[in-house]
Design a protein around this ligand. Structure first.
Ligand SMILES: Cc1cc2nc3c(=O)[nH]c(=O)nc-3n(C[C@H](O)[C@H](O)[C@H](O)COP(=O)(O)OP(=O)(O)OC[C@H]3O[C@@H](n4cnc5c(N)ncnc54)[C@H](O)[C@@H]3O)c2cc1C
Length: 396
């Protein structure tokens, strides 16, 4: 591995990074997984319970098509790796407002899936985890044989790991790394935004206050049981969430956000709202708050990073042809990839996105429609800009 062949660095150990690590390990890659936190699933993927469900729309949209593929794929992964009742449970959800109906779904504690993917990668003897290692820079690197790779600098340059492939799965932390590595001069190339979310939850002592989960202006989970949780913790809970505050990077649990969840619940389940109000007054409600990473068009970024300098040169040299430049022709940075901006759909989308990415890295056939892959291409924003702006606006 001295030349970095089939050695990948994955930055971020949430759903995206763990799914990418497991897929790479299954393809025989050695992985160094680096995270700023002291363990896996400490960001948004530390969610106590979330929902795996299709995003139903009257006419298909890229997100509804992706979530249909992702739902089937994640369910297969859960069945393959996590015993039911120890991190997930199958259910149905009642959609009460838009596109009303009852849909198959599952309740999932993402950390169970993250741990299962990491154990799988470890079982292939291919995973080295570096916790408390915030990655600060990605520098292009040339191996002695002339092949290209990346030097991943962590802890403000105290540690440098070289690899032929780097996959950035650092949610909102991806923005700084991707922008610097591809020499972006504006946020337009990777328009990623933090969106704070707070879940309200508590122990369920009596019977559930609905027959199944309900979704309206939030999701009410009347009962989630998880034998995989520490006995000292709550194994049987209800939950209501989650708030959606754009541009907020904080992880503080607030009374205001509990109140917002209560207001949402009272619109579609007054009995459960009354119980939540009482529990809040008695101090029996817990909160969990974290930051989602969302892109401008609410679709993930999955694939190879654009080489913005080369794109700028191409557009400068042939200004008349810029409106005819195809997305697939945008020059890429060899060996630098991302899976990020999973928004509110990380449980549904992480593994399907990781699978598509690893097939691309392995130059394997990808069994997904081309327009869907273009819809999640990380170069799409820079490409659109290049077709309508002056080259100087794309990069320096
Ligand atoms: C309140 C709430 C409710 C939600 N409910 C649902 C739901 O019901 N269904 C659903 O599908 N999704 C839900 N989500 C969204 C889901 O949790 C996310 O989409 C998913 O966890 C994102 O996974 P990720 O791996 O991209 O990011 P994260 O889990 O945030 O992981 C990113 C990792 O990158 C690390 N990192 C960041 N910067 C650096 C750096 N410079 N160097 C090294 N490491 C770095 C972080 O420490 C972190 O561990 C919810 C989210 C919230 C907040």
């Amino acid at each position: 591995m001295a030349d970095g062949t089939r050695h990948a660095v994955v930055v971020g150990a949430g759903l995206a990074g763990a799914a990418v690590s497991s897929e790479l390990a299954r393809h025989g890659w050695h992985i160094t997984l680096m995270d700023a936190s002291s363990g896996p699933a400490r960001g948004a993927s530390g969610l106590p319970v979330g929902m795996l469900s299709p995003h139903v729309t009257r006419a298909p949209t890229p997100l509804s098509r992706l979530s249909k593929l992702g739902m089937a794929d994640t369910l297969a992964e859960l069945k393959r790796l996590v015993p039911e009742g120890h991190g997930w449970q199958a259910c149905e959800v009642d959609n009460l407002n838009h596109d009303a109906g009852r849909w198959p779904a599952a309740l999932v504690r993402p950390a169970a899936l993250v741990n299962a993917w990491m154990q799988e990668a470890q079982a292939c003897s291919s995973l080295t985890c570096l916790w408390d290692h915030p990655v600060t820079a990605l520098q292009p690197y040339r191996w002695p044989d002339g092949s290209s790779g990346w030097e991943v600098q962590a802890r403000a340059g105290q540690l440098a790991v070289k690899a032929s492939v780097v996959v950035v799965c650092a949610a909102v932390g991806s923005l700084r790394l991707l922008s610097a590595a591809s020499a972006a001069t504006t946020d337009n190339a990777f328009p990623l935004r933090p969106v704070k979310g707070q879940l309200s939850f508590g122990p369920l002592s009596g019977g559930p206050l609905a027959d199944r989960p309900q979704r309206d202006s939030g999701v009410f989970v009347p009962c989630y049981e998880d034998a995989g949780l520490d006995a000292a913790r709550m194994r049987r809970i209800w939950s209501m969430g989650s708030t959606y505050t754009r541009g907020d990077n904080s992880t503080h649990v607030t009374t205001d956000d509990h109140q917002r969840n209560l207001d949402s619940l009272s619109q579609f389940n007054p009995a459960a709202a009354a119980a939540l109000k009482t529990a809040l007054a008695q101090g029996q409600v817990e909160g969990w708050a974290q930051v989602r990473c969302a892109s401008l068009d609410r679709l993930p970024l999955v694939g190879a990073l654009p080489d913005l300098a080369a794109l700028g040169t191409a557009v400068r040299n042939q200004p008349a042809r810029r409106s005819r430049l195809k997305l697939q022709d945008v020059p890429r940075l060899p060996g630098l990839f991302t899976v990020c901006a999973l928004g509110s759909r990380g449980i549904t989308l992480a593994h399907w996105c990781a699978k598509m990415l690893v097939r691309r890295i392995e130059h394997q056939a990808i069994d997904a429609e081309g327009d869907l892959l273009e819809a999640i291409d990380p170069a799409r924003f820079a490409w659109r800009d290049s077709r309508r702006q002056q080259p100087s606006a794309i990069c320096s």
